[in-house]
Ligand binder design. Structure first.
Ligand code: 7PJ
Length: 369
């Protein structure tokens, strides 16, 4: 399905406490949440190249969209997708932002004292991230950073499976596995993983979709253009923001066709994956567009090159402040899951943001676990 018109909720307020609408009408809910909502949508016309490409619309539901050039059914389906509550993912209710802590099990990330030592160090780091407030641990053994080489299946299995098994034995916390390989997905599921996170949206390994269906687990589908090795050489888009939307919409449809329930799908626009700086910031600015896909949205900007380029910070380890700014940009646009390295720092920032937009310290336990 190709579309001409796109709707982006312009998120502005705590729904239950403010009424910014000049007509006094209650604002619309964003994804069924009670902390943030919206009064306006930005109507984006892909066919229009000039000033009329984006325009703000108030009172969407008071207007008649069932006439050309609009496809009334599609317009309403998108608006309803933006408003509808999201089902919990792996038991996490999505009325507020959640933090996914990154646990990279690559030789350079932890000890160089052999497999056993690095498993132990990774498990300890995972437990520390949970203490710091991570809601999900994302365990990955293949570096998919720009320019990186692929990792052999055997090596990736040896890195991640023992870590998943050990953490599963120690905690009930939600565990996701960050992999593009069907066999890693299969063994991770058996080892007790709760979510499959694939930066290729189940396209890299021809068996991945079937394995994901058979696992019965929720899946995270990320947009990328090209393979990690070469993806940032020459990415091409007509309109990156809209092209990413269309891609994710197609991948959701494909997964649903294959037998994955739509309420088990999370999408991610894939910051840094086949995108130059101008693409990345364009996507950041319009993140709330992706709520129109009708599923939870994940943002992974932590320590990425975008931050280094904007602020001239060559080393990833020095990019925590910029990572937090990106995370807050995400939560202010209703992103439900933040994939981050710096869990304690991000948690602190998000809690201050939540209290500040609510205008009270009470009720912050609301919005679900
Ligand atoms: C992402 C990921 C991301 C999701 C990586 C890095 C590169 N999974 N795995 N989203 N990035 N869903 O952390 O810099 O952005 S690996």
């Amino acid at each position: 399905m190709t579309r001409r018109f796109y709707l982006r909720p312009v998120i502005s307020l705590a729904t239950q406490r403010n009424r910014l609408d000049p007509n006094g009408a209650a604002p619309y809910r964003l994804c069924g949440r009670d902390d943030i909502g919206f009064t306006h949508v930005e109507l984006i016309d892909r066919a229009e190249k000039g000033e009329g490409r984006c325009r703000l619309v108030a009172g969407f539901d008071a207007q008649d969209w069932h006439h050309p050039p609009f496809d009334g059914e599609q317009m309403w389906a998108t608006f309803e997708a933006i408003e509808a509550p999201r089902a919990p993912i792996a038991g996490l209710s999505l009325g507020r932002p959640h933090i996914m802590g990154i646990l990279n099990v690559t030789p350079d990330s932890f000890s160089d004292g052999g497999q056993h030592a690095s498993t132990k160090a990774a498990v300890a780091h995972g437990l520390r991230l949970l203490e710091e407030g991570a809601d999900i641990l994302d365990i990955g053994g293949e570096s998919t950073r720009p320019g990186s080489d692929t990792v052999a299946l055997k090596e990736e299995l040896a890195r991640v499976i023992p870590v998943i098994e050990a953490l599963r034995a120690k905690t009930k916390a939600v565990i996701s596995v960050d992999t593009r390989k069907a066999e890693v997905m299969r063994q991770a599921t058996a080892a007790g993983a709760d979510i499959l996170n694939d930066v290729s949206a189940l396209t890299h390994d021809p068996k991945a979709l079937d394995v994901a269906v058979a696992s019965g687990l929720p899946v995270m589908l990320m947009h990328a253009q090209g393979d990690p090795k070469t993806m940032n050489d020459n990415p091409q888009y007509d309109d990156v923001v809209l092209d990413v939307f269309d891609y994710l919409e197609r991948r959701i449809a494909e997964c649903v066709r294959a037998g994955i329930a739509k309420d088990k799908i999370v999408v991610d626009p894939g910051i840094g994956f086949g995108k130059h700086l101008h693409h990345n910031v364009a996507v950041m600015q319009k993140l709330s567009l992706y709520h129109g896909l009708g599923v939870p949205v994940l943002l992974g900007a932590s320590r990425k090159k975008m931050i280094g380029q904007l602020c001239d910070v060559p080393h990833a380890r020095d990019r925590m402040p910029g990572s937090i700014a990106a995370a807050l940009c995400g939560v202010a646009q209703g992103v439900q899951i933040l994939r981050v390295h710096d869990v304690a720092e991000t948690r602190q920032a998000v809690e201050v943001w939540r209290a500040s937009i609510a205008g009270t310290e009470a009720g912050l336990a609301g919005g679900g676990s």
